[in-house]
Design a protein around this ligand. Structure first.
Ligand code: BGP
Length: 490
């Protein structure tokens, strides 16, 4: 399935370190299904509908809170990994995975978000999944919160608008750290914490009230998540001495649309919107320009001296991030108007005329991954972990059942090559690479099954039809070879 003319002389000694954590990443709400099984409570992602209302709800512009608001739709059952995780993890093991990034659904553990007694069925489920990984020699990398704030905490506190979320989050952390100590070595506190700015409801359970200063609401919530992250890091190190805890950013360097100084400054400022969160989590304080920005915007954080002390004490051990593409911006309104991307991309970016795009308009820039890695390392001087990278595409099942996805191999090969250069030529310390969506799962932004990322095809369409049967795509065998040669044979 890969290029038969591949010149074996290109074989180079692997440039990836021994023990490099090759694998794949999913999120509970996008793969498990069983969205109300065994005591699980409702969370934000359960009430974000499929179709045209999806993004307005994700952005907190449209309310969808009560269960009877929620019309069951295909994404709810996802790919039923709740019952099929043994088969799926065995397929990951067949590819040779060293690491599997999964998230723990908050409301499987604390159905109401801050229950005093955890839901044993939820703990038991994730214990089975984690044990299955370990049985196959696969390191679990657990995302504590992946876009699934409990609905009952939105009703009780207004989600992350309220400081009391910090204690609820730490209750959740205590339950899972206590149960999985010694089994899970790698943890992430919040998935794509910066998405809170762009999709406040999906990212932090925020619903705006009439007349609220939306920017102030978002930055106050960001502060509470940052303090919660710092306290979780300290708690993790206390309960699981040999663990490593990372932050997680939706990354992608901003390029200036031209070399005009105004564009260069605009790109720097746009990057800072997102680095704001990681500066706080990795350095343990807000950069001076962040205070000046908030002052100018009339934003008052609810930030105490104790909060700042917690932030200093609770800095992360590594920087993890998702990378799908670089971004682009301009200071010129006419340029923005002309090149602004259509559709519902969560993070603003102009169309870069030098790049091709996927069917969903996500532009493809492998060199941008190397640029982003170097920027992140220069800024934080901590090990990196790429925990999402992949290509969403429409795959076709041939009459003989085979699925040829050279476009996915091309995308991943090009990005792994650039990651390799960042390691071998730039010398960056990188812990691992868990590409996004090793198995077809529900798209977060579109709620579709049609946007497939996987090495493993799942027979289910946007309308929920299908047998859920799993099939190996050509890329399955390619990635197996990549891992077997520790990245030497791409
Ligand atoms: C990131 C999320 C993942 C995943 C990924 C792919 O923002 O962390 O959950 O969804 O995007 O995006 P999509 O699923 O929208 O194609």
């Amino acid at each position: 399935p890969f290029d038969p003319d591949y010149d074996k002389e290109d074989y180079i000694m692997s440039i990836f370190p021994e023990g490099f954590l090759w694998g794949g990443a999913t999120a509970a709400n996008q793969c498990e299904g069983a969205w109300q099984a065994d005591g699980k409570g409702l969370s934000t992602v359960d009430v974000i509908p499929y179709g045209p209302d999806r993004m307005p709800v994700a952005r907190g512009k449209l309310r969808m809170l009560a269960p009877d608001d929620v019309h069951s739709y295909p994404a709810h059952e996802a790919i039923d990994m709740y019952h099929r995780y043994k088969e799926d993890i065995a397929l990951f093991a067949e590819m040779g995975f060293k690491c599997y990034r999964l998230s723990i659904a908050w409301t499987r553990i604390l159905p109401h978000g801050d229950d005093d007694t955890p839901n044993e069925a939820g703990l038991a489920f994730y214990e089975q999944v984690i044990d299955e990984c370990l049985r196959h020699g696969i390191q679990p990398l657990v995302t504590i919160c992946h876009f699934d704030t409990p609905i009952d905490l939105i009703k009780k506190y207004g989600g992350w608008k309220d400081r009391r979320m910090i204690d609820a989050y730490l209750k959740f952390c205590t339950a899972i750290f206590t149960r999985f100590a010694g089994k899970v070595k790698y943890w992430l506190t919040f998935n794509e914490i910066n998405m809170l700015l762009h999709m406040p409801f999906m990212g932090a359970g925020i619903l705006f009230e009439e007349g609220e200063n939306e920017t102030e609401v978002k930055y106050r919530a960001a502060h509470y998540e940052i303090v919660a992250s710092a306290k979780a890091v300290q708690l993790a190190h206390k309960l699981m001495p040999d663990c490593m805890v990372g932050c997680m950013l939706a990354a992608g360097q901003y390029y200036p649309f031209t070399c005009a100084p105004e564009d260069v400054y605009a790109a720097m400022e746009a990057d800072r919107d997102n680095y704001f969160f990681i500066d706080a989590q990795a350095r343990g304080s807000y950069p001076v320009w962040a205070w000046k920005r908030m002052e100018r915007a009339g934003i008052r954080l609810d930030c105490t001296e104790e909060d700042l002390a917690e932030m200093r004490r609770g800095t992360v051990d590594f920087i993890s991030f998702s990378y799908y593409s670089s971004r682009c911006t301009s200071a010129d309104p006419a340029t923005v108007e002309k090149y602004k991307k259509p559709g519902n991309a969560a993070i603003m970016s102009l169309k870069n005329p030098h790049l091709q795009a996927s069917e969903w308009g996500w532009q493809i820039d492998p060199i941008g991954l190397r640029v982003t890695m170097n920027t992140l390392y220069d800024r934080y001087q901590k090990p990196l972990f790429i925990v999402e990278n992949g290509l969403g595409a429409v795959d076709k099942v041939e009459p003989d059942g085979s699925i040829h996805d050279p476009y996915r191999v091309d995308y991943l090969r090009a990005h792994i090559r650039e990651m390799g250069k960042a390691i071998a030529e730039d010398g960056l310390p990188v812990l691992g690479y868990t590409m996004w969506g090793p198995i077809d799962i529900v798209s977060a932004s579109s709620g579709e099954m049609k946007k497939r990322y996987g090495f493993i095809y799942v027979d289910k369409d946007n309308d929920g039809n299908g047998t859920l049967e799993r099939r190996r795509k050509d890329s399955f065998y390619w990635y197996k070879k990549v891992i077997a040669t520790n990245g030497a044979d791409l």
